[in-house]
Ligand binder design. Sequence first.
Ligand SMILES: *[C@@H]1O[C@H](CO)[C@@H](O)[C@H](O)[C@H]1NC(C)=O
Ligand SMILES: *[C@@H]1O[C@H](CO)[C@@H](O)[C@H](O)[C@H]1NC(C)=O
Ligand SMILES: *[C@@H]1O[C@H](CO)[C@@H](O)[C@H](O)[C@H]1NC(C)=O
Ligand SMILES: *[C@@H]1O[C@H](CO)[C@@H](O)[C@H](O)[C@H]1NC(C)=O
Ligand SMILES: [Cu+2]
Length: 177
Amino acid sequence: MQLILTILALVVSFVQKSNGNYAEALMYLTGTNDFIGTIGFNEQEVAWGVIISGSVNRLRPSATLGFHIHSLPIGNNHNCSAGGAHFNPYNVSHGMPRDAVRHVGDLGNIETDADGRTYIAMRDDVISIGFDKTRNVVGLPIVIHNLTDDGGHTGKGESNTTGNAGARVACGTILFT
Ligand SMILES: *[C@@H]1O[C@H](CO)[C@@H](O)[C@H](O)[C@H]1NC(C)=O
Ligand SMILES: *[C@@H]1O[C@H](CO)[C@@H](O)[C@H](O)[C@H]1NC(C)=O
Ligand SMILES: *[C@@H]1O[C@H](CO)[C@@H](O)[C@H](O)[C@H]1NC(C)=O
Ligand SMILES: *[C@@H]1O[C@H](CO)[C@@H](O)[C@H](O)[C@H]1NC(C)=O
Ligand SMILES: [Cu+2]
């Protein structure tokens, strides 16, 4: 009986693990070791997209800040500038998360509270954390900018590539835990 229960528990835990993917990014102010929060990525099935949730502190208060996945590893010193351009495996124009044309890494904006604390809760149907190889963002940096992502369609400045989101203030690498 004991053996059967043990085997059952093992099977259940294997099924749970193989049923979904979970990854996390520990976020740091750029170029520092100042840890400011964690963002989780939960993907149950490829068709369900990814639930992104977390909290980050010490951002510019009461602001709408660009939020993207970029394309190059940032290394251990959390240099967000090293992250390269937006993750854009289909080589298309920048857009908002719900636009038909967008970079895979385009997650739009996050809203910070009056004290700079920020809750993040969104779903995205384009990124993947493992089920889809082309759209897989594991190992890539997620970046928070200093300005608002304008959505890609203003025709001004770098709207169609960066959304004019300004400096990169914080970032972290998306990793399986
Ligand atoms: C950060 O990365 C950028 C872009 O690769 C590079 O120009 C800069 O020198 C790096 N800064 C540091 C402190 O390593
Ligand atoms: C990406 O698309 C642009 C035009 O929109 C083109 O100039 C460029 O060569 C393409 N890059 C790649 C790697 O296909
Ligand atoms: C962005 O717009 C500029 C100027 O309108 C254009 O030259 C460029 O090809 C566009 N880039 C993309 C990625 O659509
Ligand atoms: C961030 O944006 C604010 C408001 O526009 C500006 O005062 C500040 O200089 C910017 N900081 C960086 C690092 O770009
Ligand atoms: Cu960005």
